[in-house]
Design a protein around this ligand. Structure first.
Ligand code: NAD
Ligand code: MG
Length: 390
């Protein structure tokens, strides 16, 4: 039996992961499940799969979790230290599916145990790519991509040599507003931004898809994971979300990965890698689909993509400042304190301030520095938002 843990088990990726492992209960021994505020879901799943421990990230939810797990034999724990403790428990395979920079520290702790880390949490690589890869190397751990585009690239690269790769193209659906006139984006609401045309995902990544901040994070994730030059990474808008990524080789060949927009594809690939197993996903009927469309993204519509290029140029801690600012701007948008387009303006302002602040950007890439930078980014976004409101 493989020992598995799922960080962010109550979320969209976490639930899809549980769906897959629950289909072969004899194959998996569940060590830890973690969640946030949805205690009922966390407890129910932990009992159903017989986890050793269930952890909520929030200290004040411990009593609720204890009550929900009473008599079940599943241990209850809460808070940051408990998350790290759960990550330190021996496991073979760990799903990293917490949303946001909060996923970084548990992921690093799991890597230190030499696990195979299935990485849905793209923020981990955006904030601390070299640190994470070095940690994996030092502890003989393995990182497998779960983001659909990166899984697609990973699959297109099987048997290939990176020296023959010329470019990597990741696709984007264009999100909720891809067909909206640019002038209407200023007044786009949270509800409008929270509905995705093709994918069923958590609210935050869905809004990030509408603003292309998700794709911006993914471009940086591509650079970090595959070690390619920023200029060799392209984004292509593809409204059908069927081709997830393409790899271009030096002989001009393009290898594409196609699949239904269902995250169980990428999760299942990481779960069974290097094998392929049956997965309960829809099979494509290309003849019925008839056509697949592609076009270049409009940078005026999606300033996040330009910001991602700046971040890749700078490197170091700029990924952490970018992601932290993005997360906090998104909090303000969801709380209706700022408007849709203000998010990119706020992130851009914080990046500029970071560039100008002496020495900050060149501090070494340690977990402490990343977390402090993340904190600073959020504080600066708050200041920017307050300033503009007043
Ligand atoms: P989600 O919002 O549905 O779930 C997030 C999970 O993280 C939940 O279990 C939640 O309880 C937990 N969580 C939230 N805040 C936390 C905190 N501060 N500390 C600890 N745990 C916390 O998110 P999701 O859509 O499943 O996305 C998870 C990750 O996977 C994100 O990094 C996202 O970018 C990435 N991803 C998601 C999809 C998708 O289809 N949903 C696709 C590709 C990549
Ligand atoms: Mg993706």
């Amino acid at each position: 039996m493989r020992k598995v843990s799922i960080f962010g088990a109550t979320g969209s990726i976490g639930q899809n992961t549980l769906d897959l492992i629950s289909r072969s209960p004899d194959a998996y021994d569940v060590v830890a499940l973690t969640g946030g505020g949805n205690i009922a879901q966390l407890a129910q799943d932990a009992v159903r799969v017989g986890a050793d421990v269930a952890v909520t990230a929030f200290d004040d939810k411990l009593d609720d979790l204890r009550t929900a797990l009473a008599g079940s034999g599943v241990q209850a724990a809460a808070g940051q230290a408990a998350l790290i403790e759960a990550a330190a428990r021996p496991a073979d395979w760990v799903m990293s599916a917490i949303v946001g920079a909060a996923g970084l520290a548990p992921g690093i702790e799991a890597l230190k145990q030499g696990v195979t880390l299935a990485l849905a949490n793209k923020e981990t690589l955006v904030c601390a790519g070299p640190l994470v890869l070095n940690t994996a190397r030092a502890h003989n751990a393995r990182l497998l991509p779960v983001d659909s585009e990166h899984s697609a690239v990973f699959q297109a690269l099987v048997g290939e040599d990176m020296t023959s790769v010329e470019r990597i193209i990741i696709t984007a659906s264009g999100g909720a507003f891809r067909d909206w006139p640019l002038s209407d984006l200023a007044t786009a609401t949270v509800e409008q931004a929270s509905s995705h045309p093709n994918w069923d995902m958590g609210q935050r990544i869905t809004i990030d898809s509408a603003s292309m901040f998700n794709k911006a994070l993914e471009v940086i994730e591509t650079k970090e994971y595959f070690g390619v030059r920023p200029s060799d990474i392209e984004v292509l808008v593809h409204p059908e979300s069927i081709v997830h990524a393409l790899v271009g080789f030096r002989d001009g060949a393009l290898m594409a990965h196609l699949g239904a927009p269902d995250m169980r594809h990428a999760i299942g690939y990481a779960l069974h890698w290097p094998d392929r197993r049956d997965l309960p996903v829809a099979r494509l009927d290309l003849a019925r689909m008839g056509q697949l469309r592609f076009h270049a993204p409009d940078e005026a519509r999606y300033p996040a993509l330009r910001l991602a290029r700046e971040v890749m140029q700078r490197g170091g801690l700029s990924g952490a400042i970018f992601n932290g600012a993005k997360e906090r701007a998104l909090d303000h948008f969801i709380a209706r304190r700022i408007r849709f387009l203000d998010m990119a303006d706020a992130v851009s302002a914080v990046l500029e301030r970071f560039e100008a602040a002496d020495g900050l950007i060149d501090a070494p890439l340690t977990l402490d520095n990343v977390q402090q930078t993340d904190h600073l980014a959020r504080q600066w976004v708050d200041e920017t938002v307050l300033e503009r409101a007043g």
